[in-house]
Design a protein around this ligand. Structure first.
Ligand SMILES: NC(=O)C1=CN([C@@H]2O[C@H](COP(=O)(O)OP(=O)(O)OC[C@H]3O[C@@H](n4cnc5c(N)ncnc54)[C@H](O)[C@@H]3O)[C@@H](O)[C@H]2O)C=CC1
Length: 384
């Protein structure tokens, strides 16, 4: 049986069935069929439940675009390695998934629908398994990293310096998923703050968010000598290798982390490329990394940093039109935006109004390919 996109769409969850309801049924089936799979998931299932069917929706509605589907599922397969997911687990997931769809489709279900879903799932699983196997030949599922320094810069914010147990190759602008021993099997993505260093150390900027498990543990309960687990580097907030355009970097709060990496990388590798960094914060006192940014600025003449505290300039997106007035040809730059989702959305609107074409702007509002994973929170609901 081939994959039949129309049948998949027609028999996907009906409008009155929430993703959460379907997910609750799915996990009930899954753990009843194979109780040992529960050990792959974190103690609280909220995030996984929330994400599973949202990602599946994308898979269904992209089922007639194989290249796009592979682009989504291959990273997902690679990322599953750190959860301990093995090829033999896939059929059990598939059975529970098809049973869930059958349960909610009601009269719309048929033998043909069953066959179409089975074919679609098998194709997706094959892509994920093959990607995971290729990845296993190249790198470990996770790295162990020792906390060398824990710099509590504000009551709710720390900069951690990590020493991984083996080389951790990454590109400036990427992020790593992080697990602390305090919350087994809960992974959260954090940007690698700063370009790769010759000594191999890594830095994370972490703000503890209210009720955030991992961020709270990283800020308040982590000490030098502790170890963390790091998943492989991921994410595409990286420099475009073919572009020599100047850079405009717009960061709010700890969204500075990936932008600092890009600024350092461009300044070191392409000193002719001008870098303009706008660093937004709630207040002047909250500009937790300003001394370091000033050091970078004085060492690298192409880099200019503008601090944009909200108590002086208002919210960063509101200040952007005036800030851009002082930038020659903003539309001719490669633009990167990172920060709280509301800030990023508002900044994208402001950039558009200032005539910066959308295809010149990169940001990480779209979820990464991690959203099907047990315990993973896809961006932007991250760092919690
Ligand atoms: N820690 C990391 O490695 C990374 C974090 N992020 C994201 O960056 C965010 C940073 O959070 P915080 O440091 O707590 O930032 P924050 O709450 O301190 O906000 C900093 C800036 O965002 C602006 N802002 C805040 N809320 C806004 C709104 N509703 N509308 C318009 N502008 C707004 C402020 O004017 C300020 O300039 C988090 O959402 C995190 O997920 C993104 C990439 C990497």
């Amino acid at each position: 049986m081939s994959v039949e996109p129309d049948i998949l769409k027609a028999t996907y969850l009906p409008g009155d069935v929430t993703e959460d309801k379907a997910a609750a049924y799915f996990y009930g089936r899954l753990f009843a069929a194979e109780p040992r799979l529960r050990a792959l998931f974190p103690p609280a299932m909220d995030v996984s439940r929330d994400r599973l069917f949202r990602t599946l929706t994308v898979v269904v509605f992209r089922s007639d675009e194989p290249a796009e589907l592979a682009g989504l599922l291959e990273p997902l397969g690679r990322a599953h390695r750190k959860y301990g997911v093995l090829p033999e687990h896939y059929p059990v997931f598939g059975d529970a998934l098809v049973a869930t769809l059958r349960r909610f489709a009601g009269a719309a279900w048929s033998a043909r629908a069953e066959a179409a879903w089975t074919a679609a799932y098998d194709r997706a699983a094959a892509l994920m398994i093959a990607a995971a196997e290729d990845d296993a030949a190249a790198r470990p599922p996770w790295w162990v990293a020792e906390v060398a320094e824990h710099d509590r810069r504000r009551a709710d914010l720390a900069v951690l310096t990590l020493v991984p147990d083996r080389p951790y190759p990454f590109e400036a602008g990427q992020h790593a998923t992080v697990q602390t021993s305090r919350w087994p099997r809960v992974w959260r993505p954090y940007s690698l703050a700063g370009a790769p260093r010759p000594d191999g150390t890594l830095r994370l900027h972490v703000r503890s968010v209210p009720g955030g498990w991992v961020s709270g543990a990283l800020v308040r309960e982590t000490r030098p000598g502790d170890t963390l687990l790091l998943g492989p580097p991921a994410g595409g907030l990286t420099l475009d290798p073919g572009s020599g355009r100047d850079l405009l970097l717009i960061g709010g709060g700890t969204g500075l982390a990936p932008l600092k990496a890009l600024a350092e990388r461009a300044a070191a590798r392409e000193p002719g490329r001008a870098v303009r960094l706008f660093a937004g914060a709630r207040s002047a006192d909250d500009l937790y990394d300003l001394p370091d940014l000033r050091r970078l600025e004085s060492a690298r003449p192409a880099v200019r940093v503008t601090a944009v505290p909200q108590d002086e300039f208002g919210p960063l997106p509101d200040a952007l039109p005036d800030l851009l007035d002082a930038v020659p040809d903003p539309a001719g730059h490669d633009v990167y935006v990172a920060g709280p989702p509301a800030m990023v959305r508002a900044a994208l609107g402001a950039l558009d109004r200032c005539g910066v074409p959308a295809d010149r702007v990169r940001h990480e509002l779209a979820a990464t390919g991690e959203t099907l994973l047990p315990g993973a929170a896809g961006r932007p609901v991250v760092h919690a």
